[in-house]
Design a protein around this ligand. Sequence first.
Ligand SMILES: [Zn+2]
Length: 376
Amino acid sequence: MFELLAIDPQSKARRARLTTAHGIIETPVFMPVGTQGSVKAVSPRELREMQAQIILGNTYHLFVRPGMETMRHFGGLHRFMNWSGPILTDSGGYQIFSLAKLRKITEEGVRFQNHLDGTPTFISPEMAMEIQASLGSDIAMVLDECPPYPCTHEYMAQSLERTARWAARCRAAASAPSQLVFGIVQGGSFADLRRASAEATVAIGFDGYAIGGVSVGEPEAEMMQAVEASEPFLPNDKPRYCMGLGTPPQLLELIARGVDMFDCVLPTRLARNGTAFTARGTLNLKNAEFALDKGPIKEDCVCPACSDFSRGYIRHLVKAEEILGLRLITLHNLHFYLELMRKARSAIAEGTFHEFRKTFVAGYAERLPNDNSETA
Ligand SMILES: [Zn+2]
């Protein structure tokens, strides 16, 4: 199911191949996020054209709307959205803890009111698996508690024990035929709890392991430490997935720390406020400096936006709030992330990943992703 093809001699970076019911995934891999059964502004045809290998679906959003009856009627998420490649679904836990109101966590599960119309709802670990079986995803995630940041050692330790009991219940529950199930390591910024959570999760035995509870507001150094504290206790022969990350340099740094899979809303979310990724950092295309710029967003990019349109034209579209502008930047940003992973895979296979990472990170000047400052 998971075949290691090459390991970087100077870091923990791995080049591997993961086999799922809907296809083979070459790792390291970036998974575009299809929150509501759609990668925002992009069609499945366009995702195939840019060679996206796997996308992510958000269980919570699909459960709240359109609901599981609709999903079963259409025969699962693949058929509903017409995406024939692999899909990973999260358990909904993260959204329940970040979006829903009036949560109450008990040993049985979590009770909440959804963020749309406040309907009181209950989800247990078994139900989270049942919902993901109805969605028919290729990879399902266990239901876990995502404690907020910061969080006390005492609370985190108690939370981990419940998360481990929930993980065992998820593992025992029925999943869809040939659906892989991944466990989730929590533990916040506490190295001892990261280790305890990793060991407890691995003892249950999953098809892959996610490092959760990262990028929840902690400084980047703490995030890297949380991954470093978890990774040594995860088996080499299973995929590792870092949930909800990150910027382009962060992805390379995490690959160097032995992570294989990523998902992040940054490329699609930032596109919608006019921000494009380049090897030198992000560009805010709303800025006046691009008004007369005849060049593409990125010189050597072969995406549909860079192939056909200038920065000046795309800036005009964004300023005029034309839908095409946001679509073009989204296509470019996703292409950039997928291309970064392709380059990382080649570099690991060729034994040059260390150099590739160093050069890329040094050349990438981070502008704040939320820097929307208008100069015009
Ligand atoms: Zn482009």
